[in-house]
Write a protein that binds this ligand. Structure first.
Ligand SMILES: CC(C)(COP(=O)(O)OP(=O)(O)OC[C@H]1O[C@@H](n2cnc3c(N)ncnc32)[C@H](O)[C@@H]1OP(=O)(O)O)[C@@H](O)C(=O)NCCC(=O)NCCS
Length: 379
């Protein structure tokens, strides 16, 4: 590389593409999907409306929403070979299973060989419907139950909880989960979305791009953090006190460990998504008769803020929100994907629509050129 400018580590503040999907202002704590503020969407919109918004850049009419809901219903059931594969995969990490099963879905997609824009639109809807079913069924099977057929009258959030538990969720649980899906749907060029766009820019198929995104989301610096938050809280223990939570986190900070659920590359102020998740964590924890998780979280939040000037991010309170909904930790990061598939596919479609191969350069810092090749005997 001949330019004098040194690249910023982690591409910080680098504008890598143009996009009409997500607006982020990290200094003011603003997040908006296609111009709609996340607070308005969290208060009023359903996940299905947000999917439509991300894919079409405008909110749907009643008829358009009904049409999308019908398409999601039609696409929810999983192909039998994918269900069979799910039963044979080793249990363990939910993201590993989701990655493999999403890849398998590509084989059975009726539009597998069709890469036209119309087929890609259909695949975006299908993947969004199917990933919800995959994750709910993984949780159901892990808990020892048999797969539950999706219920065509339920919306995406309610259906997920129904397929996971076998019981019709309460209105409160449904709305809480729906809001969580709305909040996680898109976040500009986060690591997994960027991974999806880089893959899509080679004009590979949409399933391949999404499998790459799932792999990126798994990492503890990205989506994997929500599961780590709950593990940290459980380590402190349900019988643990707020004082113990403070002691554990202080010790981690003293050892220079990162506290999961804190810090963000873009936000230098409160993460607007955390505001809603914090309230849900409080309300659902109280209802579940387990206010301790929220109380510990609040103490940790205040401590990390005062010691490190770091704010809670989306993963911090989503952990206790999902826990209060009775969801197993291993599903936390896969649930992130249940929502983010909407944003990933929106970005992949946007990339396809105005594509150029993404191929940056690296600043070379290796051994001086030219090195003389020595035979094996001479080395
Ligand atoms: C999100 C994250 C990856 C952003 O990373 P980044 O912009 O590259 O920031 P850095 O990792 O360079 O951190 C900058 C400084 O803040 C500290 N820091 C960042 N996040 C921290 C955390 N969660 N706990 C403690 N310290 C943290 C770093 O140790 C570093 O301190 P130093 O300058 O004294 O070395 C980072 O904050 C993190 O690892 N958070 C925990 C994982 C997480 O919650 N991820 C989900 C993000 S939505």
């Amino acid at each position: 590389m001949t330019t004098a400018a040194r690249p910023k580590g982690g591409l910080e503040d680098t504008v890598a593409t143009s996009s009409a999907i997500c607006y982020l202002d990290g200094d003011r704590g603003v997040l908006a999907y296609c111009g709609y503020d996340i607070h308005d969407l969290a208060r009023h919109a359903t996940f299905e409306e947000v999917c439509y918004l991300l894919w079409h850049r405008r909110l749907p009419t009643r008829a358009e929403l009904g049409d999308l809901q019908a398409q999601l219903v039609a696409a929810r059931a999983l192909p039998e070979p994918v269900l069979r594969l799910m039963r044979t995969l080793p249990r363990g990490n939910g993201m590993d299973m989701l990655r493999t099963l999403t890849s398998a879905l590509g084989h059975y997609d009726p539009d597998a060989a069709d890469h036209s824009p119309q087929a890609n639109d259909r695949k975006a809807v299908r993947l969004t419907a199917q990933i919800g079913t995959v994750v709910a069924t993984m949780g159901r099977v892990d808990a020892g139950g048999g797969p539950i057929q999706p219920d065509p009258v339920l919306g995406h959030a309610a259906n997920f909880l129904y397929m996971l538990t076998g019981e019709r969720p309460s209105g409160l649980a449904t709305r809480a989960f729906d809001v969580a899906l709305v909040l996680h749907a898109d976040h500009e060029l986060n690591a997994s979305t960027f991974a999806a766009r880089v893959a899509a820019a080679t004009l590979t198929d949409i399933h391949s791009a999404i499998v790459g995104a799932i792999g990126a989301l798994k990492g503890p610096l990205h989506g994997g953090a929500n599961a780590d938050v709950m593990r940290m809280l459980l380590e402190i223990g349900p019988d643990g006190s707020v004082a113990k939570a403070e002691e554990v986190v202080r010790a981690k900070l003293a050892r220079k460990e990162k506290i999961p659920g804190f810090g963000h590359r873009v936000y230098h102020t409160e993460d607007p998504r955390a505001t809603h998740l914090s309230q849900m964590s409080r309300d659902l924890g109280q209802r579940a008769g387990q206010p301790i998780w929220f109380e510990m979280s609040q103490r940790i939040e205040a401590l990390v803020k005062s010691e490190k000037q770091l704010n809670a991010n989306v993963d911090f309170y989503s952990a206790t929100t999902y826990h209060a909904l009775g969801i197993a930790i291993d599903l936390f990061t896969p649930i992130f994907a249940v929502s983010r598939i909407s944003g990933w596919t929106a970005h992949v479609l946007e990339q396809y629509a105005n594509n150029r191969l993404i191929r940056p350069r690296a600043e070379y810092i290796g051994p001086e050129y030219p090195q003389r090749y020595r035979s094996l005997e001479d080395r």
